[in-house]
Write a protein of this length. Structure first.
Length: 136
């Protein structure tokens, strides 16, 4: 039995937010300290949060940046370690001084270079769509 089922009840997906922050045609990635690979700034929405509030909190916690503008790009849904996950994906403008966090080290990468190194399936889906939309 997978983690997504408990006592024969299908659990709802874990809902999270992720930020695509772009500068000079590169995206901000987190070289994760707790998994091998990269992530995008973002994380799980707490029970008392609205998505934009969670996005602002996560971006600040992981990067030191303050979100100044958001554009909802869509959703990405894929299992991670047998847990159903739904991610709300935003293009984000942010200001402030970048700083690493306990999540990992920040690096700017071309989206195509980041893609094969992204740990989370939802992040890969988000960047694939972002690249495809940027090229059209």
């Amino acid at each position: 039995m997978g983690v997504a089922k408990l006592l024969f009840i299908e659990l709802p997906p874990v809902v999270s937010v992720t930020a695509i922050i772009q500068r000079d045609k590169k995206i901000l990635c987190v070289d994760l300290s707790y998994y091998k690979g990269l992530g995008l700034p973002g994380g799980i929405i707490n029970g008392d949060e609205e998505p934009i509030g969670a996005l602002k909190r996560e971006v600040f916690e992981e990067t030191g940046l303050a979100v100044t503008a958001t554009n909802f790009l869509g959703t990405a849904s894929a299992p991670f370690r047998k847990i159903s996950c739904l991610t709300l994906v935003y293009a984000v403008e942010a200001a402030g001084d970048l700083r690493d966090s306990s999540e990992g080290t920040l690096i700017w990468l071309d989206p195509k270079d980041a893609l094969p190194r992204l740990t989370y399936p939802n992040a890969r889906l988000a960047i694939e769509r972002f690249v495809n939309n940027s090229e059209s």
